[in-house]
Write a protein that binds this ligand. Structure first.
Ligand SMILES: CC(C)(COP(=O)(O)OP(=O)(O)OC[C@H]1O[C@@H](n2cnc3c(N)ncnc32)[C@H](O)[C@@H]1OP(=O)(O)O)[C@@H](O)C(=O)NCCC(=O)NCCS
Length: 318
């Protein structure tokens, strides 16, 4: 754990009535808030983010009867920062998708006052949790790109159920590193909710690939502006495979990266057995630069990774 300035919260420790149920809930929430599991033992679990951690401990049987009530003397609620109101919106949608109630729903997202933008909800023991954004809204400057047949536009929360359906296909998850399977309720909302902030920070651009208004996939560029390097990733809905959509969308994204983002090098990593993906990269003119043996672990299997690259000087769109 990192050292921190005097006064920064070290940790919060919460005794819970049913550890397993609370770990499931808090684990999901804290993961969404950028925490990772820190310690785990038979009667407790903790999650760390930078220098602050949250601990849940199973309350002993003798002390369960009194229960918890936030209006009694003691802790009333726990509040976390959200980077933006977009994250609050995404978290709210994710909570609803998972069947959790939003408190003060009639006044949401201003339940804390006119200048407040946040969401209140409860943990399984009814401890109140608040996640609040700064008052200034992040300006959304994500671009929309067009190509012959496709429109590459920013994702919105309205796309979440379709993302869950399409990316939730095992065949899409099988050849990607970060798509979960099964695709949990609420995960698409949180994924989409992070896009505005990561674009504003200059590190990522993720766009929905659409054809005649229908979602057919996603493309993304993960940027290192200092090195002027972008790593691209993409998936296309299984029902749309083989129509050239990945090739067309990647070509448009790469063109944008070279011409509008001052990127010098675009690269991509492909699981070695993923011949369709390698073919997409070849078709847009990327060169295979190397093979990293046994570099990827996917669902317990070790796989080789093929690395592709393209320099701005070699880029031509004809
Ligand atoms: C990889 C993926 C994006 C391709 O999408 P797509 O829209 O079908 O791709 P395209 O139609 O533009 O091009 C596919 C190319 O691969 C070829 N191809 C497909 N299956 C192949 C295979 N098993 N072996 C060799 N080539 C294959 C196609 O014939 C086509 O090439 P061609 O135009 O020369 O005939 C899609 O399969 C997918 O989403 N897979 C799951 C997620 C994923 O793997 N993402 C990439 C992570 S690096």
């Amino acid at each position: 754990m990192r050292a921190a300035p005097t006064g920064v919260l070290h940790h919060v420790e919460i005794y819970v009535s049913e550890l397993e149920r609370s770990v499931e809930f808090w684990g999901w929430l804290l993961d969404a808030l950028g925490y990772s599991t820190y310690q785990q033992w038979s009667t407790g679990h903790s999650w760390l983010r930078e220098s602050t951690y949250v601990v849940l401990v199973q309350a002993e049987k003798d002390h369960l009867a009194a229960g918890y009530h936030r209006k009694r003397v003691g802790l009333n609620h726990v509040a976390f920062h959200a980077a933006s109101s977009d994250f609050v919106d995404a978290l709210t949608a994710a909570l609803r998708a998972r069947g959790h109630e939003v408190l003060y729903d009639d006044r949401h997202p201003h339940a804390g006052g006119d200048d407040f933008y946040g969401v209140f909800f409860e943990d399984p023991d009814r401890i109140k949790i608040e996640v609040a954004a700064p008052s200034e809204r992040t300006t959304d400057k994500r671009p929309t790109l067009t190509s012959e047949r496709l429109v590459l536009r920013p994702f919105g929360l309205a796309d979440a159920s379709e993302v869950q359906r399409l990316a939730g296909d095992r065949r899409v998850a099988a050849t990607t590193l970060h798509i979960p399977h099964p695709y949990p309720d609420g995960a698409a909302e949180l994924w989409i909710g992070g896009h505005v902030d990561s674009f504003a920070l200059g590190c990522d651009l993720t766009l929905a690939v659409t054809r005649d208004g229908a979602l057919v996939g996603a493309v993304a560029g993960s940027l290192d502006p200092a090195a002027k390097i972008a790593i691209i990733g993409y998936w296309i809905a299984v029902e749309q495979w083989g129509k050239g959509y990945a090739t067309e969308a990647c070509r448009r994204l790469v063109d944008y990266l070279f011409h509008e983002r001052d990127i010098e090098r675009v690269c991509a990593e492909v699981f070695a057995p993923n011949l369709a993906s390698a073919r997409v990269l070849e078709k847009i003119g990327m060169q295979e630069e190397g093979r990293f043996r046994s570099h990827i672990v996917k669902w317990g299997e070790r796989l080789d990774a093929r690395h592709f690259g393209l320099l701005r000087g070699d880029w031509h769109t004809d």
